[in-house]
Design a protein around this ligand. Structure first.
Ligand SMILES: [Zn+2]
Length: 338
């Protein structure tokens, strides 16, 4: 029966019916709809949160299907944006949850409008630039967030509570997180789920208000080699930290940290963001690009040349696959859009 949906969480004492009602009233933001994001989104949506906002800047590719659990072959074939494909699947699992999906790049403007409206943020990004931005934004708006990262069979997670725990900026100064650069080492699916198991458990504790149960340690593991550790990092909290210290300046929210052009992590791809917010007119664009080798869906237009593929999104962003050279990418971009 439909009213039995959450019965196993009602029976779980730390949640109970009271906790379930709290969960139902909460809004979670997941930044990224890749491996971590799809795994944690499915768990949270099934758990009965009130609202989920999920943001992602990319579309589904075949290499995602090995571990990104909300996507199927049709999503890869049609290059459906991940946020859109994720929402569609999630809504089938639980139609009671309000789900907002944004095809967007998580930059300052976007995060500063979303983060003040949510109760918890889950990190499902693949790069430290975005994590540092999340870190500053969550400190500014006193929103707890849960860091997670994985590569190969390794993973790590840490819950950051503004005003209490060290922040990611503090941690990076004192603990080797080993992931400050892009990584192309591959990944196995169980490492993803181990990270999200920790992230979602911590999120549920925050949502029901069981702060005493929060873990307060940096979890790291290697599933292939059976190594697990939980490190006390409370002493890493730095009172002079520019992100969480006594006089924060939130350096990663400043303009000089805003990237208009970025080489995407672990991929032969450059992303170009227009200086001003624009809505790309697909009809005009199609007139400007040579006929043939063009594919489109309601969210993007993809255009293949011999060596490159350019993907234009409605929000004005362009992904140029086949190069890591920013100058070359800009040249190709201007050749098409002038
Ligand atoms: Zn800090």
């Amino acid at each position: 029966m439909a009213q039995d949906r959450y019965s196993r969480q009602h029976l779980f004492t730390p949640i109970g019916e009271k906790g379930q009602n709290k969960i139902k009233s909460k809004h979670v933001l997941i930044v990224g709809a890749g491996a971590l994001g799809t795994s944690s989104a499915e768990q949270l949506v099934r758990s009965g949160i009130g609202k989920l906002t999920i943001v992602d800047r990319d579309y589904v590719e075949w290499s995602n299907l090995q571990r990104q659990q909300l996507f199927d072959e049709e999503d890869a074939r049609s290059r459906t944006p991940k946020a859109v494909a994720a929402k569609k699947k999630l809504q089938l699992y639980n139609s009671e949850v309000t789900i907002e999906a944004h095809i967007m790049d998580a930059q300052r403007e976007e995060m500063e409008s979303l983060i003040p409206t949510v109760d918890v943020v889950l990190d499902a990004t693949d790069n430290f630039d975005t994590r540092m931005l999340l870190n500053d934004c969550c400190q500014k708006y006193a929103t707890p967030w849960i860091y997670g990262g994985c590569v190969g069979s390794h993973g790590m997670s840490f819950t950051i509570v503004p005003g209490e725990t060290p922040c990611l900026h503090c941690l990076l100064e004192s603990v080797p997180l080993g992931g400050a650069t892009c990584d192309t080492a591959g990944i196995i699916s169980p490492a993803v789920h181990m990270v999200t198991a920790h992230q979602v458990a911590e999120a549920l504790k925050l949502l029901v208000g069981d702060y005493d149960a929060l873990f307060h340690k940096l979890i790291t593991f290697d599933l292939w080699n059976h190594q697990y550790s939980a490190v006390k990092v409370g002493r890493a909290k730095n009172k002079d930290c520019p992100s969480c210290g006594e006089n924060p300046s939130y350096p990663f929210l400043s303009l000089e940290h805003q990237t208009k052009t970025a080489v995407l992590c672990g991929r032969d791809t450059v992303q170009i963001r227009p200086g001003q917010k624009v809505e790309r007119n697909f009809e005009e664009l199609k007139a400007a690009i040579p006929a043939g080798n063009v594919e489109e869906n309601p969210f993007l237009i993809s255009f293949q040349t011999n060596d490159y593929r350019m993907v234009f999104f409605k929000d004005g962003r362009v992904l140029i696959h086949g190069t890591k050279d920013v100058t070359e990418a800009r040249r190709l971009y201007h050749k098409v859009v002038g």
